[in-house]
Design a protein around this ligand. Sequence first.
Ligand code: MEV
Length: 328
Amino acid sequence: MTRSSAPGKVYLFGEHAVVYGEPAVPCAIERRARVAVERRDDGHLRVNAEDLSLNGFTVEYGATADGRPDVDVPESLVTAATQYVDGAIEQVREVTGADEAGFDVTIESDIPLGAGLGSSAAVVVAAIDAATRELGVTLEPAELADRAYRTESQVQDGQASRADTFCSATGGAVRVEGEDCRSLEAPDLPIVIGFDGGAGDTGQLVAGVRALREEYDFAADTVEAIGDIVRNGEDALAEGDVEEIGRLMDFNHGLLSALGVSSRSLDTMVWAARDAGAHGAKLTGAGGGGCIVALDPTEETETALSFTPGCEDTFRAELAEEGVQRLE
Ligand code: MEV
């Protein structure tokens, strides 16, 4: 058996706009997906994902793309878990040349699914790393990130950036613009997360922004303006100016909201954080529901969020310096 883990992330700036070639700055956090992989002789794939922080379930299905799971769970959950793992194993077979390899894959994660903290990227990165190593092949982080990106892109109908997967593979704060992915120096950031207990559908949300951008020039301008915020944000990060980073996060949230990807609960949590004195707050990831990220060195934001209607969980997140971890 081979085991790997990979971290989730928050977006400091730039989600959605990054899909259209603008830069984005995600930052890995110490919440991880852990994947254990064992080779099977029959070429089949068995996925056991009982702890994905959302209605535990176990799925067993065949090795082909048509193999339907014989379980009674919501389609969206089956789709989320199995498509990403299917895609990851396809990449493993391709990169190792082991076309017929089958696996038992067990996933445990403390990253809520579809909530803007990069759960799918973390699962895919850890699954590809563990399964390739199970076959005796160790990928460099850049190759691992690329294979994970291809998986996400395939599952999301070609509408994915490299940001989530690169950040999860390498850890730390990163800057992604198109195919250019690099690590960034970042100050110690007082990151607080608020989680509404829900999730958004990344594919649908990305498609919604795409449609707006095609219909209205001002929506396309909004996407470009997010790119400008990211560029300013990079300077603020380099200067370690946490107050300015927060101000730009507030701005970024406003533009994401204009693009229709916020929700009442996300807006409520963002305002609760601001009222509590956070330097800034914004939704993170695709939106529609899930998590916000705020910057506050004091306890005030966490306390305020814990009393905010619609906020199910709040916690402080440490920067994950390390991306994929190869476990014993
Ligand atoms: C989703 O975590 C982030 C998006 O920008 C999509 C992507 O970058 O692939 C909405």
